[in-house]
Ligand binder design. Structure first.
Ligand code: AMP
Length: 598
């Protein structure tokens, strides 16, 4: 048995709950194969007779079947499906059809995926089970973290969290992002009670609906409670970087509010104003201390500002893997000595895995699959030998395998069967099995499968793009520039088609350097299809477009305006969205064409 009592910074036994949840996970992960078979049995028994399953099972009586036999029958009868296959069913639910379509339990809430990866928000079922698993994974991860980074009981979390607008569908169901439903649920309060850590901001700030006003209040309250703040957190790392970028602009105003106990006129939402004004009172001494730190930090480009403002903070906690990796550099710049702890792996469809090794740097983090949350299958993916005549260069897929049969080092696409009514649903994420925790695999997130830059026979994934941009930005930093954000587009309207990469940068850099960055990126795409096409000029030179300062804030505003929440926002790394491209092209101030293949 791993671990016994967890001891907190006060030297006390940190409650039974940490011990309880860690031993629970030990036991389910030891028996992961059996637990998975049982989990599938539970899902199918609970939802026996729903329309979607009836299509495949007919009137077959599955209740009396042995769990193992049911597992093989399920894989042989129910096909793999994508969101498009579920869409008509979910739409009927949204329109108010209360028949048992996907689940026996009536669905009253729907989640909207962030939509920032694929460019389109997806509607997905959300049930009480969704909030309960969120609470469970948060508690489990917190228990593992407290072994390495114990925090003071009753301390505060400076959490940059935001709810999206909640809408009513035609059928009267509530729709919003999954995090929004969670913040509104009882489980969110239970989490604070159980982990004995409390968010600095009241609900009125989290639910304000205007991310700029919420960010200002999060920062203001975080500073008022500066000595109680034990950690800084957000769902995705982007929100923290975004918050500190605002802080660089607004610190004087925040200090003045702290000094006088007032609230800036930029906070116009009455409920948010009242809630914050109820908390604050004048504190000139604190304001002048913060001011002194800020003046000093500003001179060093805000290097290490986080531990200076929150000296009792133990770490920064957020999702820092996958498409969040490009923000790590900036996060490290702000956090310096504070450990960066990468948060767990999940999606609007369901939670997947927990980070059991909080002391690992984000680049090395893996996620141990929680075998009670969903039934997981894994489609083995093998890199195809480059077939230049095919436009589907990429992976060869094998038959899906259950969790018990995954192999170390193998890459897979994840398939979920959830308690919320998704059956053999292809998530589209590619993961690699990096190890095991007892009997459950630890996954390395590789990338989202559908995000691919392609002109003709070339195929580059989000990961390939990130690597190329990483190389280019190394050159940029060598000359004192800083990459703020980026995206890309495969331009195929004009012949030959070519890749366009949009960069927002900070700092003065000579054009010669930007030209070099452009060439370096072009040469960094090593996909055979790309290299051959570039050599024959069937793909034109890569184009680097430098956009003006604030462009990516406009991109963010566009998504937020369409119902996305800042907390779940991920800058789309590749886009074909016309409105987005219009914003990017209008804001382009300089263009460079690669000479890498001249
Ligand atoms: P959404 O449901 O729109 O909020 O996005 C979920 C997607 O975000 C997942 O399918 C992953 O592609 C990505 N994601 C979530 N958690 C992580 C993580 N810890 N590391 C990397 N990517 C993640």
């Amino acid at each position: 048995m791993e671990s016994a009592q967890v001891v907190n910074s006060n030297g006390n036994a940190d409650g039974d709950y940490q011990y309880e949840i860690i031993s629970w996970f030990d036991s389910v992960s030891k028996n992961a194969a059996m637990v998975q078979t049982e989990t599938l049995g539970q899902i199918l028994h609970l939802n026996y007779g729903v329309e979607y399953l009836k299509k495949w099972f007919g009137d077959m009586k599955i209740q009396d079947m042995d769990a193992c036999a049911l597992e093989s029958l399920y894989a042989s009868l129910v096909p793999l499906a994508s969101h498009a296959d579920f869409e008509p069913f979910i739409q009927r639910i949204a329109d108010g059809d209360t028949a048992p379509i996907l689940t026996q339990q009536t669905i009253t809430t729907l989640s909207l995926s962030s939509g920032t990866t694929e460019g389109r928000q997806k509607l997905l079922p959300f049930t009480r089970h969704s909030s309960q698993t969120t609470l469970q994974i948060y508690r489990l991860a917190a228990a593992y973290r407290s072994r390495v980074y114990p925090i003071r009981e009753g301390g505060r979390i400076l959490e940059f969290i935001y709810s999206s607008k909640r809408l009513k569908t035609k059928g009267g169901l509530t729709a919003g992002t999954a995090t929004t439903h969670y913040y509104a649920s009882e489980e969110f309060n239970i989490k604070q009670e159980k982990t004995k850590s409390f968010t600095c901001s009241p609900q009125e700030v989290i639910f304000g609906g205007d991310y700029k006003q919420s960010t200002y209040c999060h920062l203001l309250l975080g500073l008022l409670f500066w000595d109680e703040v034990e950690l800084i957190a957000s769902t995705f790392a982007y929100s923290i970087v975004q918050a500190f970028a605002s802080f660089e602009e607004q610190w004087e105003e925040i200090c003045s509010d702290i000094k006088d106990g007032t609230l800036s006129s930029r906070i116009t939402l009455p409920r948010m104003r009242k809630a914050v004004l109820d908390i604050i009172s004048p504190n000139p001494c604190l304001a002048s201390q913060i001011e002194a730190i800020c003046r000093d930090s500003k001179a060093s480009n805000w290097y290490g500002i986080v531990p200076r403002l929150w000296p009792n903070a133990k770490y920064v906690y957020s999702i820092m893997t996958g498409s969040m990796q490009p923000y790590l550099k900036k996060l490290r710049h702000y956090a310096v000595s504070l450990p960066l702890v990468s948060a767990d792996y999940g999606s609007t469809e369901g939670w997947i895995g927990v980070n059991l090794d909080p002391c690992l740097p984000p680049e090395d983090v893996t996620f141990a699959v929680i075998p009670t949350f969903s039934y997981f299958e894994f489609i083995p993916l093998y890199k195809k030998k480059q077939d230049l005549t095919s436009s589907t260069v990429g992976y060869i897929e094998d038959e899906p395998v259950p969790l018990s049969q995954v192999k170390l080092g193998q890459e897979y696409e994840l398939v979920l069967t959830t308690f919320t009514g998704l059956y053999r649903y292809r998530l589209g994420d590619v993961v690699e099995v990096a190890g095991f925790h007892n009997g459950t695999p630890k996954l390395n997130f590789i990338f989202r499968r559908e995000l691919i830059l392609t002109v003709n026979i070339d195929k580059n994934t989000e990961n390939d793009l990130q690597l190329a941009v990483g190389r280019g930005s190394e050159v940029l930093s060598k000359y004192g520039g800083e990459l703020v954000d980026f995206t890309s587009h495969a331009e195929v309207m004009h012949q030959p088609g070519h890749y366009m990469i949009y960069w927002e940068i900070k700092g003065e850099v000579e054009e010669r350097v930007l030209g070099e960055c452009c060439g370096v990126m072009d040469a960094s795409f090593v996909d055979h299809g790309y290299v051959v096409s570039r050599r024959t000029n069937s793909i034109g030179p890569l184009e680097l477009c430098i956009v003006e300062t604030g462009t990516f804030n406009k991109v963010l505003d566009y998504f937020i305006g369409n119902g996305a929440a800042l907390g779940q926002f991920k800058t789309p790394r590749c886009t074909n969205n016309h409105i987005l491209l219009r914003i990017l092209n209008l804001c382009t101030i300089k263009r460079f064409h690669s000479t890498a293949y001249n």
